[in-house]
Design a binder for this molecule. Sequence first.
Ligand SMILES: [Zn+2]
Length: 167
Amino acid sequence: MPLTPFHFSPGLLTKVFGPRSFWLTSFIAANVLIDVEVLYYLSRDEPPLHRYLHTYLGGSAAGLLAGLLMWCIVMIIVRWMPAGSRWKTRLNQTPKTRLLNQSLLAGLIGGISHVFLDSLMHDDMHPFWPFATGNTLAGVISVPALHIGLGLLGLFSLILWLLLREP
Ligand SMILES: [Zn+2]
């Protein structure tokens, strides 16, 4: 969907109740990357807007790519951080391969959840391409209900995150 921020809600919720090691940035990057496809076809006025990245196969690949890119970015940034920074210390205490796996996993969850949520709305999607075409889930929940639900989920998750996170 072009309203990408609605996709961040499940990620925020996972950040609040899931493991501390959940890479919310990679989750978000995956969602943004997948919707670049929609923006691209929208700008060219070439429907259908939801194509390869809006399938479980393409979305997973985009999610893993986002996870890899975000890990690379964090590895570069952490080199420039001052030696005493807590963030740098915490990252340096964790093996780089484990950090990579965490980032890939968050990206993958972002990609799969993106395709699932979008498949509830868009009948131009083929989530199970290339194994099956069509999208039987489209329309099972009304678009306003989905947006309100995800918006509220995101809002409550954000408030909980701000209240519960360790200083
Ligand atoms: Zn989308």
